[in-house]
Design a protein around this ligand. Structure first.
Ligand code: GTP
Ligand code: MG
Length: 370
């Protein structure tokens, strides 16, 4: 609260407490040193000294974003793009994700057992690309409904033998709402009846116009099944991410978003996180949504134990006191005590909200019975 005692005010104004009390008396306010001044009295006395009362802005101490340090533009460096794959049912999203992973991840990463952490990272021409391994729609809807935006580039998969379908349009709308650039992947080019020109034609209706036709949308023809055109697609992803100038500061406490989380019998709460800024380290005190703890162990998408993870890196961590939700934000704190305090505060608020909604529900039920 913004209250202040007579003694505190005297200190602030650099006056003797007695002087303030006298002035107050003169103004018709009886007060002692430790008494809280009400707003009127404060206005009066400050007016007397010719100082302005500044409204103390109340910060929501439970809002995690308030704990993210201000960015130092000098320290920003290029970071890998985070890519989501979207498209109509059966147009080949999963096959494309698998194809990219199979051709790129296992290459030179001997002994790597891919871990399902909802995202993976590949390397192309010495540049990294992070793919969200979730159905694009889900990523956009659940994440966006929680205020998180984690995708930098959307790949729109359209089967060349099927063309634009309802969920293709849905995907376009999601990407446009999020103001994320779209690369069109015309898939199943190996199939008989594949007609990429028709796909291009159909997409012009949605302002996705190929460069050849005077537009600025990148189209890549590929066969996810045969692994053809994958390199072209990756090249285009790198091109677009360069244009986007994606940047982050590795030299700060990490923050980011939960990709998925669950309870594991042996390990407890296990959360896949995407580090979006800063560097996440083992041992870091962390608040994740309404949960908190210390990063006990950290594993990358290859199942390898790692000690630190920079911007755009997907990781899996243990050490949280409960299971967070996909789309929750996480923020690392310098000291554990603060993380605990904020985590507990957030948990309490969540409990209160739950109680509130429960009583509302029962009221609704009552009305329904009438
Ligand atoms: P949902 O997750 O159900 O929305 O589907 P999806 O978009 O992930 O499609 P998925 O990758 O499961 O592919 C659907 C079917 O199309 C599978 O039988 C794939 O083998 C096949 N398929 C995917 N890509 C290609 C391709 O490039 N060529 C051919 N011929 N078949 C493909
Ligand atoms: Mg799929």
């Amino acid at each position: 609260t913004g209250s202040i005692t007579v003694g505190e005010l005297a200190e602030k104004l650099n006056k003797e407490t007695n002087e303030i009390i006298k002035k107050l008396m003169f103004l018709g306010v009886m007060a002692t040193k430790n008494q809280d001044l009400d707003e009127d009295a404060l206005e009066l006395i400050c007016g007397e000294y010719g100082v302005e009362v500044e409204e103390e802005v109340e910060v929501d101490k439970s809002d995690l974003t308030n704990y993210i340090a201000e960015e130092d533009p000098e320290k920003l460096e290029e970071r890998p793009p985070v890519v989501t794959i979207m498209g109509h049912v059966d147009h080949g999203k999963t096959t494309l994700l698998d194809s990219i992973r199979n051709t790129k991840v296992t290459e030179g990463e001997a002994g790597g057992i891919t871990q399902h952490i909802g995202a993976y990272q590949i390397r192309e021409n010495d540049k990294k690309v992070t793919f969200l391994d979730t159905p694009g729609h889900a990523a956009f809807t659940s994440m966006r409904s929680r205020g998180a935006q984690i995708t930098d580039i959307a790949i729109l998969v359209v089967a060349a033998d099927d063309g634009v379908m309802p969920q293709t349009i849905e995907a376009i709308n999601h990407a446009k709402a999020a103001e994320v650039p779209i690369i069109v992947a015309v898939n199943k080019m190996d199939k008989e009846g594949a007609n990429p020109d028709r796909v291009m034609q159909e997409l012009t209706e949605y302002q996705l116009i190929p460069e050849d036709w005077g537009g600025d949308t990148i189209f890549v023809n590929l066969s996810a099944l045969k692994g053809e055109g994958i390199d072209d697609l990756l090249e285009m992803i790198l091109l677009v991410s360069e244009v986007e100038e994606l940047k982050a500061n590795a030299d700060r406490l990490a923050d980011g978003t939960v990709i998925e989380a669950q309870l594991d019998k042996g390990r407890g709460s296990v959360a896949s996180l995407l580090v979006q800024n800063g560097t996440l380290r083992v041992g870091d005190p962390i608040v994740v949504g309404n949960t908190f703890g210390r990063v006990r162990a950290m594993v990358n998408d290859l199942g390898k134990r790692i000690k630190s993870a920079g911007p755009s890196t997907p990781v899996e961590i243990t050490g949280l006191n409960d299971v967070p939700l996909a789309g929750d934000r996480f923020v690392v704190f310098k000291d554990e005590k603060q993380a605990r305090q904020i985590g507990e505060m957030r948990q309490e608020i969540q409990l209160e909200e739950k109680r509130g909604s429960q009583s509302r529900v029962s009221l609704d039920d009552l009305f329904e019975q009438i």
